[in-house]
Write a protein that binds this ligand. Sequence first.
Ligand code: SF4
Length: 231
Amino acid sequence: MFTFNDIKNIEKKKAAKLLKGSRDPDKVKRSLIQFYTSLDENMANIVSTYNIPIECRDGCSYCCLLKVDARAHEIFSIADFINSNFTADEISSLKDRLRKSADQIAPLTAQEHLVSNIPCGLLVNDSCSVYALRPSMCRKFHSTSQELCVASFERPADITIPSSEDEDLNIAARAAIMGFEEGLKKSKLDVTIYEINKSLLYALESAEHKQEWRKGKKAFPVDAEAKHSDF
Ligand code: SF4
C-alpha cells in the first residue's frame, strides 16, 4: 500500500519530468490531461481493489452545488475547451450563469459559501458541461452514500452529517493532486486556489490572464481567489 508521501512524490516527479521547467501552455495542458487520466485510473483501481461502494450516478449533481475550487491551469484548459466546442449562444448563457453564481458567492465568507447550495455555472441539466476536463477537486469527489448527499443538500448547515467520501480514497486522491501541483511549482507556475465561477469568467473575457500566467505570475485578480474555511 502506497503512503500519502509515496503518491505525492510519484505525481510530483512525473509532472516535473514532463515539463522540465517549461510554462508552455500546450505542454502544461498535456501534462494535466495525463495527470487526470492517471488520477481517474488510480481512483478506479482503489475502488475496485477495496470494493468501495460508490453511489455516484449520471444526473446526480448535489456535489456541483458545493464550494468548487480550481487552479489556473485547470481553468485555462476548461476555457480552451469551451472556446473550441461551445457555440456563441452557449458561451453567452454560460457567462450569465458564471456571473450569477460569482455574484452570489462574492459577499459570502467561506463558511457561508459552504452552506449556500450555489450551483457551479458549468452545470447544465444536472450534468457537467465540461465533464472530460472537470477540475481535480471534482474528479476527487465521490460519494459512498447518496442519502448523505441528499441530507447535506437539504440541511447544508447541519455539521453533524458525516462526509459521504471514503477516507482512504480521499487521502490517496488528495496526495496525487498535491504532488502534481508541486511538480508544476518547479516551473514556477501559479498554483493559487481560485473560485471556479469568477476565475473562468476572467479567462473567457480576456486573453491577458493566460499571458500573465505564462510568465509565471498570478493568473487572476484577488477577487477570484477562493476563500479559506476553518472547516
Ligand atoms: S466543473 Fe463540472 S463537475 Fe465540477 S462542480 Fe462544475 S459542473 Fe460540477
